[in-house]
Design a protein around this ligand. Structure first.
Ligand SMILES: Cc1cc2nc3c(=O)[nH]c(=O)nc-3n(C[C@H](O)[C@H](O)[C@H](O)COP(=O)(O)O)c2cc1C
Length: 177
């Protein structure tokens, strides 16, 4: 949930500037960022995403549907019009390690965003190729994710993280319980 308070677009551009400092396969820098603050474009994007999410939810199996319901995840994606700015991130699939490198840049972006006291959530649309086409972006670009960006209006605490030790293996692989 995002406050309707406008954000400084310069802050988002700064964070993209941090993101593009990330290392990439063969230094090909395979990422592209589309900054969206036009209400009409946001509405068009939301409509396309929700159309695809409906399709996804209709085809989900029973146990997956139950899991989605337990997480209160529906086909509705209101944050796509409520957040003041959206950032669609693409990778150029003609380049080596395009997806890995782009997500590394995304990691840099997320930390920079937090330093600017801005909030987001990582939305990975269902059937991203349909959403990419709606944005008039051609192959070989792949839509990796869309970030709604704004000031948070969500008071829920940060989701639990397991302690680092539960992921660390020293010299030998130990199966973690
Ligand atoms: C690769 C990736 C894909 C994700 N895709 C979605 C998504 O499509 N929809 C969604 O609601 N959250 C998505 N998330 C958000 C995660 O559910 C969320 O980051 C996680 O539950 C931890 O919560 P936090 O980010 O609030 O700490 C995604 C996160 C990552 C890293």
């Amino acid at each position: 949930m995002f406050a309707s308070t406008p954000i400084n677009l310069e802050d988002v551009l700064h964070c993209i500037g941090v993101a593009v400092q990330a290392p990439s396969g063969a230094n090909k820098q395979p990422w592209q960022f589309m900054v969206i603050d036009d209400a009409r474009v946001k509405e068009k994007l939301r409509a396309k995403c929700e159309e695809q999410e409906k399709r996804f939810h209709e085809t989900a199996g029973t146990s997956f549907k139950q899991w989605l319901e337990s997480k209160r995840i529906t086909w509705r994606k209101p944050f796509l019009t409520e957040a003041p700015v959206l950032l669609a991130v693409f990778s150029n699939q003609a380049m080596p390690y395009a997806t890995e490198s782009t997500w590394l840049a995304i990691g840099y972006f997320l930390l920079a965003l937090e330093e600017k006291s801005l909030s987001t959530m990582t939305y990975t649309p269902s059937y991203p190729e349909k959403v990419r086409a709606a944005l008039d972006v051609d192959e070989p670009y792949k839509l990796e994710t869309i970030f709604p960006i704004g000031f948070s209006a969500d008071s829920s605490p940060k989701a639990h993280r397991h302690p680092a030790e539960s992921f660390i293996h020293k010299n030998v692989w130990k199966t973690k319980s």
